[in-house]
Design a protein around this ligand. Structure first.
Ligand code: DGT
Ligand code: CA
Ligand code: CA
Ligand code: ZN
Length: 569
């Protein structure tokens, strides 16, 4: 709980410093600290108590003092001071494409703009074109940007939504008046981005639950506060909805609020056809039919249980009627993680640290795939360093009694060739290939680059195939039909990269791959031991693609995988 709110505060400091036009290094330091703290597996309180804050990467003396202050007092006086200097509304302006800190300063100082609404007003009043370096074009693009920002690009990534939801869940669960609580909505369905958080609670004292919910420290503003529902805007910027019902309504309400809306509509029709009525609170046939689980609700309608990840009206209801639902993969099916980085390239833990952590988490083997030489910003490996790493991995396998596959994440270069010679690729246990540059090429060129990589006999997996960064970068313009056909023809694996802002392949493409007989890998692409937990996210997301254990190579033993790759050692 502490880690996340601290990370938010540090990020806010970084953003405010940017608005002030402060030194770039200082801003980056706060950015980095926010990121690394949000990814930590241990509580910042524990680290502080053990005097270990200084050992965190990227945390210098000044930051350490502020973290210490936060642990001791729950706030950071420096942040409060910055808030006194800079109006809160200005931060939101930075979300408008093309609007940077310098522009925001001009809007604030010369036009008195302190919010998005203000900015819209001055743009419509044609006052922006009068500012130095700006014109009618700027004005128009700002208006368009504001419109787009408001029309729902404001979705949050699943992993952020889920982290905050878990905090609120724990808080509600701890209340003695709460009989049951569940997270519902798009988070429960593992959608890659979410508009808000949804909670369902069973309680005989709804007012008490609502009081606690609306008074949480995380709440910035109460939007709705009724007898059975509440809606609040959190300090994190997004909203959280709560519904409190009686225990005998809980499962119908949970089902309704889990959605999706499209799934609910079909469910209601199915009920109607059987002379029943399904509402947000109950299933009724003349009188209320008692429902004590979601399994029972589906059964009452003649359906087998449909997992939340499938509830998108993508054929799941027909499958549930005909006994054709997939036997979905689950976290316990996963034996290995096949894509991760170490200190050899841009990871922050050593090979042995990664291996030890993976072993502890129950993985039975891993593959180390550090970056190749072309990716110099990530300290990519030369052939010489890769050879040295291969040696070290061999020794560590024996020392740790834990199988580690020696691999690489080789760059697919702009012309479609690979960043290492076939000669050295042939010596590796596994080769992950991916694009990190030249995204702006046209569709044919990009598709061809990936297909060339697929055709290379040494390549095993194509990593994060479409290159999307959720909320920041659209997928590359690719012909996925051709890519999947090639992957099938050449027996190559496509990755579902479980990095929270990637989730790439998407659920839709992963399902398409399965349908075409292409195998998938779910990999964390971990750059530290803390990232292994993203495997849960990757598996949940893979369930949205209807994947079963047999579709996913991480469920195979090391021998089965090596047989598939044709590299028996
Ligand atoms: P989101 O918030 O956009 O990421 O997606 P959801 O699915 O969490 O949507 P949300 O929070 O608006 O509503 C939660 C669930 O409530 C939704 O999945 C299904 C149910 N629901 C909301 N509005 C309607 C509606 O108009 N009709 C039906 N049948 N269900 C609805
Ligand atoms: Ca929602
Ligand atoms: Ca909602
Ligand atoms: Zn990687």
């Amino acid at each position: 709980m502490e880690n996340l709110s601290l990370a938010w505060m540090l990020q806010e400091i970084a953003d405010l410093l940017e608005l002030k036009g402060e030194n770039l290094f200082k801003i980056r330091a706060y950015n980095k600290a926010a990121r690394s703290i949000s990814e930590l597996a241990v509580s910042i309180k524990t680290l502080d108590a053990d005097g270990k804050l200084g050992q965190l990467t990227g945390i210098g003396k000044a930051l350490e003092a502020k973290i210490h202050e936060y642990v001791a007092t729950g706030s950071i006086s420096y942040l409060e001071q910055l808030h006194q200097e800079i109006p809160r509304g200005l931060l939101e302006l930075l979300h408008i494409p093309g609007v940077g800190p310098k522009m925001v300063q001009q809007f604030y100082q010369q036009l008195g703009v302190t919010s998005l609404d203000d900015l819209e007003t001055v743009a419509k009043a044609r006052r922006i074109r009068g500012l130095k370096g700006m014109g009618t074009k700027t004005e128009l693009s700002i208006l368009r940007g504001i419109e787009r920002h408001r029309s729902g690009s404001g979705r949050i990534s699943l992993s952020v939504a889920n982290q905050v939801a878990q905090l609120i869940y724990m808080l509600l669960e701890a209340l003695s008046v709460v009989e049951r609580v569940e997270i519902a909505g798009s988070i429960r369905r593992f959608r890659e981005s979410c508009k808000d958080l949804d909670f369902v609670v069973a309680s005989t004292s709804p007012l008490k639950v609502i009081e606690v919910f609306t008074q949480m420290p995380l709440v910035a503003e109460i939007i709705v506060c009724g007898d059975t529902k509440a809606s609040v805007r959190l300090k994190t910027g997004f909203t959280a909805d709560l519904r409190v019902v009686a225990m005998d309504q809980f499962y119908c309400t949970l089902h309704y609020l889990t959605g999706s809306k499209e799934h609910n509509v079909v469910m209601r029709q199915i009920a109607q056809k059987q002379g029943m009525h399904l509402s947000e609170y109950a299933l009724i046939k003349n009188e209320v039919i008692p429902i004590t689980s979601e399994v029972e609700l589906y059964k009452a309608l003649g359906l087998s249980y449909i997992a939340p990840e499938l509830r998108e009206d993508r054929g799941e209801i027909l499958a549930a009627q005909t006994g054709k639902l997939p036997k979905l993969i689950s976290r316990s099916d996963i034996l290995a993680d096949l894509h991760m980085h170490t200190t050899y390239s841009d990871g922050i833990h050593s090979i042995s640290e990664m291996a030890e952590a993976a072993k502890k988490l129950g993985f039975t083997y891993i593959a180390i795939c550090d970056h190749s030489q072309a990716l110099s910003i990530a300290n990519g490996l030369s052939e010489v360093r890769l050879r040295r790493q291969m040696q070290e991995i061999k020794q560590l396998c024996n020392a740790l009694e834990f199988p580690i596959l020696c691999g690489t994440e080789v760059d697919i270069l702009a012309d479609g060739s690979l960043d290492f010679d076939d000669r050295i690729l042939a010596e590796l246990d596994i080769v992950v290939a991916s694009i990190h540059s030249g995204f702006q090429q046209d569709k044919d060129k990009l598709t061809d680059r990936i297909i060339q990589a697929i055709k290379n006999p040494h390549v095993s997996i194509i990593a994060h195939p479409t290159g999307r960064i959720i909320g920041h970068r659209q997928p590359y313009d690719l012909d996925m039909e051709l890519i999947m056909q090639a992957a099938f023809d050449y027996g190559k694996i496509l990755e579902i990269n479980a990095t929270p802002d990637r989730l790439d392949l998407s659920d839709v493409y992963a399902r398409m791959a399965k349908a075409r007989g292409v195998k998938l890998a779910i990999n964390t692409d971990a750059h530290s031991v803390d990232h292994f937990r993203h495997m849960d996210l990757g598996v949940g997301y893979a369930r949205r693609a209807w994947l079963e254990p047999e579709d996913v190579v991480n469920t195979w033993s090391i021998q089965e995988l090596q047989d598939f790759l044709g590299r028996n050692t």
